[in-house]
Design a protein around this ligand. Sequence first.
Ligand code: GLC
Length: 748
Amino acid sequence: MLYEINGSSFPVYSLLYFNHIFSGSFAQKKTTDQKVDSVLKLMTLDEKIGQMNQYNGDWAATGPITKDGDKQTQIKNGMVGSMLNVTGVDHTRTLQQIAMQSRMKIPLLFGQDVIHGYRTIFPLPLAEAASWDLKAMEQSARIAAVEASAAGVHWTFAPMVDIARDPRWGRVMEGAGEDTYLGSLIAAARVKGFQGRGLGNTDAVMACAKHFAAYGAAVAGRDYNSVDMSLRQLLETYLPPFKAAADAGAATFMNSFNDLNGIPATGNAYLQREILKRKWNFKGFVVSDWGSVGEMINHGFVKDNYEAAMAAANAGSDMDMESRSYIQNLATLVKEGKVKISVVDDAVKRILKKKFEMGLFAEPYKFCNEAREKEQWNNPAHIVAARDIARKSIVLLKNEKQLLPLSKQTKTIALIGPFVKAKADNLGFWSYDWPDDTARIVSVWDGIKTKIGTSTKLLYAKGCDIKDTSRSGFAEAVEAAMQSDVVIITAGEARDMTGEAKSKSIIRLPGVQEDLIKAVAATGKPVVVLISAGRPLVFNWIANNVPAIVYTWWLGTQAGNAIADVLFGDYNPSAKLPISFPRTEGQIPIYYNHYNTGRPAHNDSDLNYVSAYIDLPNSPQYAFGYGLSYTSFLYSDIELSKKSFKSGEKLTVKCTVANAGNYEGEETVQLYIRDLFGSVVRPVKELKGFQKLFLKKGESKTVEFIITADDLRFYNDKLQYIYEPGDFKVFVGGSSDNVKEADFRLIK
Ligand code: GLC
């Protein structure tokens, strides 16, 4: 006998099941946990393990594919809890309908890497981090969630919150750079953006803080490589952004590929059980990374998938992405007592709870709405937002003699380089290629052509390819430059040169791009170089010889418009680097919040038995927090409310910032501290605050920061998170290497 609910038919016995989970007329109001328990009681061991199993869809892949079995049959048999890389209302509905034919009718979760946009692509996360605009980053994630959820996606594998100090690592593009304080604020902003008004809303997707943990500290910047660090460093530098994501309500975590201090993160109970689930009381669930359960065999941590499943489940990995270790071994492990049923039940309850919170039990097709999908497919408001944050992400690195902004009435402009007319490259890694992208993506050429006046003549010469070594296009480029009043040259990496599995030992401009720039610069024409990449690159000759340099990262769908807005002064660049730029690969890792050492160099030329290179200045090419404006901001001396204060009291730090130039603009005023003496050595600077100030020409504003003893906490050698009375410096400025300073004391 069957009966109907929500258009689906169910056998009568599951009326009991629905009696448990719906608060219908014949059932008291159930809490979500009670509903979860009710469902769990009805599940077989195999069905429970099915919930812990995630497969990739058959339309796209983001990892090494396993060709096996019929996934749809497994879904129908209740052997799959989630699918990834399945998008679109039609595809997701098809698979959800199959899940509704299973005995327990537990809905599938659809996960997707919506890292910096879905249909509308936003700047790379590292580029967005350069905006230091938390609201804009939250909105970017919000729009990504609106578009993805309209396409049937329930869950994004983002934000990636890995601190990264090594630009050889390709995934540096995916995070928020080198700083823990900024990275933690951005992690929270992105979680809030993705989850919006909360799970259960049709425009909210589950966030996933990844990759837990310390993946960005891979030895030698080589992706998937080992990580080895003190627990103190882990707790102080790498874990806080994950804690911030958890505190912001991240629904899920994803563990990382790397081994951490000898134990793969996927099998690391300290990370997942001790820190995440016990100490942080995390109630969501943890998904492995692609195949990372099975990869513990390669790590040499387990002998086979049987042991891998045991290690991962017992360590707290609740869902197995694509390794098949759980679906093939967990039932045996439970029957043999190697994995307690309580471990499986805990994992399954965490997963089921999210499915309830997402509203999928009540409405399995809640996210399958063609009208919404159509409406969000070309939402003009999203394009406006994409252009706005793209402009805010552009870093002005150099602008000698105020070459920029250019006049819209410039007579002749030569546009040279392999990215002038590039389209898809503007999207960067972790983006999607839609059929109409050529029309939708704004290239540099498109943006400038739209921006300039009818009287301006645009010349174009590609000059060279991205990585090809042919110089055959140089002559045409030089000729175009000779006919112009100013030259704009695009240079950089292809979109797939920075990203997952894209570590590089040499991070310079590929091919002969730098030679092209030298050839064009030799004409004596004023040159503006635009550099597009997902990571900091090394470009010393350009840095020393080209008058204007703009770092444009990969800015997404609206790249060309945002770049034109900046180049022609419709937006005064305000971005600040979220990561240090090395002078050469030999300097890596280089980061601003380093320790002082016993023999600090006193300047870039000090080589007198100090910690320095004899062949290179110690300082970075460009410092963390650095970025120019078309105007100039002058900082007053710092004013402190007191010279010393006790814990429980507040210290007020004031500084007046004046716009002394000819353009109104925004400055990100940064606050750093230094603990001069500690029971463990302390960094020479630590970012502890920032404020964005918009100042009209000639306008001044006073910024005020509050420092309390809690801002001075750090992990001591006993891993206690403490502050210590003593002497401190406070710094305020527009870059970590250009600050005003003052002294204060924390007293007992
Ligand atoms: C990849 C990435 C991870 C991503 C997952 C699913 O290997 O490491 O960040 O979310 O697989 O695509």
